[in-house]
Every structure is written in C-alpha cells, then in structure tokens.
Design a binder for this molecule. Structure first.
Ligand SMILES: Cc1cc2nc3c(=O)[nH]c(=O)nc-3n(C[C@H](O)[C@H](O)[C@H](O)COP(=O)(O)OP(=O)(O)OC[C@H]3O[C@@H](n4cnc5c(N)ncnc54)[C@H](O)[C@@H]3O)c2cc1C
Length: 499
C-alpha cells in the first residue's frame, strides 16, 4: 500500500503555537499561488470546489506542521533525522522526517554531511582484498536566517526537463491543477500562460530534490522491515512463477506482475489498474487503465521503451482503489507525491504499487534503431525483447532467437536513466525483476504487510508457485550486486539555473 503520510490533529501543540504557525504557513508561496488561482482552477474544471478546498486544507496543514517542526528545531545542535523525530513528538515520526527535508528545500534547514572512511576485507574475483569504504552521515540543523530571508520557491519542472534529468514519468502533468504540463515519452512542455507557478509539480518530481534520506530514515524506523543499503526496505524476497497457463503465453519472466494484478482484480481488492500495452506501433508502450482480467493479459511483457504512465493517474480518479505498475522513477514519483501532496484524491486512491526492476530504458526511436542496427531486423518482426545474463536478446516471429552483448546496446539507452540510483523499485510495495532468478521465474521483493498478504493470497489461490530467493542461485546476492553498481554509477542531477 502506498505510504501516505498521516494527516494529523494539532492537539499536542498550544493554541498560540498553532496560530503562529498557521499565520506563517499561509505566507507560503505554494499555498498563495494555489489559492490565488482558485477562479482559474475551478473554471478549468479539473477539480470541484470541494476537491480544491481538500487540496488547499492539506497544503495548509502540512505547512503549519512544518512551521511547528521548524520552531522546535531552532536552537538545536545538528541532529540525525531519527533524533529529530524522537525529539518532536507532536507528530508521527514519518511526518517530522519528511518535514525536515522539505524545510531544507525551502531554505530553513541545513544538511550537514559527514564522511567517515574505514577499510574492509572484500572478495574481488576470488581474491581477498582490503578496500576503502566511505560512510555518509546526514545531520540537520535550523539555519540562522538573515532579516531579509525569503523562503525558497519551487520552479516549474521545466527546470528539470531543461537539465536533461526528466524521466518523463508524467506525474507532474497529473498533479498540475490547470493541466498546463504536457508530458510524452520524449518531451515535457509547460504552457507558460496557464502555469500558476505553484511548484506542486516540483514537489512530486522524482528528479527535483532527493528524498533518499527521508526514505532511509522512515524505512529504518519500521521494525518489521529488513533494510538493505542496496535495495531498500523489505519484508521478504522470493523467486516465483505463475501457474496461470494464459499468462505463461504472454509473460516476460515469471508472469508475477500480471498474476498479482489478476488476483487484485478477481478478489475485489482494486477497481482498476494502470499498466502499459502496445500502442498501434508495436513495442511503443501506451499507458492504459484496465478493469478486466482479459485486458490485463494484453499488458503483459516488457516494452523496453519508456512509458509516461503517470500522465493518466488523474484520469483513473473515478476508481476508488487502484494499483499502478511502473519502473523505479514512477514509483518514486508516487511515493514523493504521497509524502508531500496528500490532499489529492487520485493519489489517495492508489492502494498498491508494483515496481519493476530497471537498469535503464530506451526511447522508442532508439529501440527501433537498435533493432535495425544491431540485428538488421525490423521491430515488427519481434515477439519478445529481453535482457538476460549480460545480453540483449530478441525473439522473432520466425522462431529465431538473436542476442548481442548488453554493452553494445547501452549507447541507445536514455541519458536520463543515468540520474537514477534505483534498480529494484525501492519505493514500491512489491518489486519484480528477472535478475537473481532462473528463466521462467521472477525475483520478488515484498516491501509492505499489505503486499505480503496479496502475495501469500495468490499462492494460496494456486495462482503462483514461490520459494525464498535465498534458496536459489544467483538469488539476492546478484540483485544486491547489480543494485549497488547502479547506485555507484548514478550521476547527481544539476538543475538548470532559472531564466
Ligand atoms: C524498461 C524496463 C527495463 C527493465 N530492466 C530490467 C533489468 O535491468 N533487470 C531486471 O531484472 N528486470 C528489468 N525489467 C523488468 C523485467 O523486464 C520484467 O518486467 C519483470 O521481471 C516482471 O516480469 P513478469 O513476467 O512478472 O511481468 P509480466 O507479467 O510480463 O508483466 C509486465 C508488466 O510490466 C508492465 N510494463 C511493461 N513495459 C513497461 C514499461 N515500459 N513501463 C512501465 N511498465 C511496463 C506491463 O504493463 C505489465 O504489467 C525491466 C522492465 C522495463 C519495463
């Protein structure tokens, strides 16, 4: 289930403190921009008046809470996020943690990073070697602000796009109250005349500011979770395969994603699913809302071209309970939106997120080019594409299978994927990939109690066979190894200066 940071009562703060915090909160630029555009927003018709006030109330509550957190931080020495959460007990710890990071982005809080180095003995290519390991420690402290301090405002996400870091997930376009943002698989455009500069798009963008420290601190607080520096918080890991014959014909690996989605629909746990099917152009993904199992089968299988799937989360708002399938950047966008923008009804409707492992994706044009240049084939001849054991593999309608080393196709991948540190969709409820499992099986990382219930339910219903990932080779060792490589290679995002 998507972690929605709790809306809270302010009953443990004094009336004077709440009043002062609320007074300061309504000065916030996001709240002002959103409120001042009320007429335009209602005229546009995306939100009813009731929805408008629900979003506004949530924004004011979150900002008021932040101002109280800031007030309590003033005068404290630098502290770890966990220490701050223990110190400020007015609100649930996950709220305090997310607030500190947002306050940092607003310019109120400093992040102080300490690097400690130690040596460890590691086995490298069978040989034991002494290697230097760096550990990073993040502490936070309220800044001493000058008289003329102005709270930072968030630029529209064109700043991310212009920096080359936009992953085209499309979450910003769903969030925008005036639909001023158009996202396709390759482009992002903002209608400057319509944009109200509320910066809500920036708050949810997976590439705008980092929430890695929020994620780590929140997951480490949850004692039911194991925590891996390489693949995030999880309860259990499995290797699994579908038992549904129809799914075996269309699946990518173990068919686990499609089978779990079928289980969710058949057991009335969700009303709709956001997945990806082939568009009119084969292998060009098209995001789709699915409500019936027969349509679900058309979504199975991996399309290696990226899909702007989150452009349709607002279109699925009529369904009270939905599941979303996507790659890691999409999972992060949903998690970030649920942390910072909890007034949006269509975000609250997201009950389950299924994240795919993803090293990188390709633009559709480059996918076609890759097939032509590396295999001398036309994309229409393909029945499957796959990445396995360091090879890019294609299957053809003729029954032929061809492969080239993965290294040879890497130049076709999207540059923006190099800004992503996440292989295993750490921010999802369930993550599924092929790395670690044998052919016909998927590696499955269960990250929440609700997800575990669904997975076990699907096993009990005879839809899935599963073993612990530890029982197979290469198993979790390889998942963590490749996940660690992705973390190490990840480039930091440098946002373009505002014009
Ligand atoms: C771009 C991309 C790169 C990947 N890279 C890796 C990798 O490096 N290592 C690894 O182990 N696994 C990777 N995967 C995941 C892997 O290919 C399988 O999707 C995963 O193992 C699930 O297999 P399955 O048989 O359970 O899924 P299925 O039951 O076949 O279902 C696949 C699901 O994926 C969704 N989907 C397909 N294409 C896309 C897309 N472009 N964007 C969003 N959703 C999509 C479909 O809607 C469907 O719901 C990648 C997936 C994608 C989309």
């Amino acid at each position: 289930m998507v972690q929605t940071v709790k809306n809270v009562e302010f009953n443990s703060s004094s009336p004077a403190e709440i009043m002062e915090a609320t007074y300061k909160a309504i000065e916030n630029f996001q709240i002002r921009a959103f409120f001042e555009a009320k007429e335009d927003i209602l005229k546009h018709g995306k939100f009813s008046e009731e929805e408008f006030y629900e979003i506004l109330d949530a924004m004011i509550d979150a900002e008021t809470e932040r101002k109280i957190v800031l007030n309590r931080l003033i005068g404290q020495e630098p502290l770890f996020l966990e220490e701050i959460a223990a110190l400020i007990q007015n609100f649930p710890p996950e709220n305090v943690i997310r607030d500190v990071i947002y306050l940092k982005e607003q310019g109120y809080v400093d992040e102080l990073v300490e690097v400690k180095t130690h040596t460890e003995i590691k086995k490298i290519k069978g040989e034991e070697k002494e290697v230097e390991v760096k550990e990073y420690f993040y502490r936070y402290q309220a800044k001493t602000l000058p008289e003329d301090f102005k709270e930072h405002f968030f630029e529209p996400v064109s700043i991310v796009y212009e920096s080359g870091a936009c992953c085209n997930c499309g979450c910003c376009s769903s969030i925008c109250p005036l639909d001023a943002i158009t996202v396709t698989a390759d482009t992002l455009e903002i209608d400057e005349k319509t944009c109200i500069k509320c910066g809500l798009c920036f708050s949810t963008c997976p590439r705008s500011f980092s929430i890695e420290q929020v994620y780590n601190a929140i997951k480490k607080l949850d004692k039911k979770l194991k925590f891996s520096e390489k693949m995030g918080g999880y309860i259990e890991t499995y290797t699994a395969s579908t038992k549904v014959e129809e799914i075996k014909k269309v699946r990518q690996d173990g068919g686990i994603v499609t089978t779990l989605l079928q289980y969710l629909l058949e057991n009335d746990l969700v009303d709709a699913i956001i997945a990806v099917r082939h568009s009119k152009e084969p292998w060009k993904p098209e995001p789709v809302i699915v409500t019936e199992v027969k349509d679900l089968y058309k979504t199975a299988g991996t399309k290696y071209a990226n899909s702007p799937s989150l452009t349709i989360i607002d279109k699925a708002r009529e369904y009270p309970r939905i599941a979303v399938v996507g790659v890691p950047c999409m999972m992060k966008a949903i998690y970030k939106a649920s942390l910072f923008l909890n007034g949006f009804s269509f975000l609250k409707n997201i009950k389950y997120t299924i994240g795919l492992f993803c090293m990188e994706s390709f633009s559709y044009e480059n996918t076609k080019k890759l097939i032509k240049e590396k295999f001398e084939k036309d994309i229409n001849e393909l029945t499957k594409m796959n990445i396995d054991k360091g090879k890019f593999i294609i299957n053809l309608k003729s029954g032929e299978e061809l492969a080239v080393p993965l290294k040879e196709v890497q130049s076709y991948a999207r540059d923006t994927c190099h800004y992503c540190e996440d292989l295993t969709s750490d921010y999802a409820d369930i993550s599924v990939g092929s790395i670690g499992s044998q052919a016909g099986f998927s590696s499955v990382v269960i990250r929440s109690e609700a997800a575990l219930k669904v997975f076990k339910g699907a096993i009990k219903a005879g839809l899935i066979e599963a073993k612990n990932l530890a029982e197979v080779k290469p198993g979790q060792f390889l998942v963590e190894k490749i996940a660690s490589t992705k973390r190490t290679k990840c480039k930091p995002v440098q946002l373009a200066p505002s014009k």
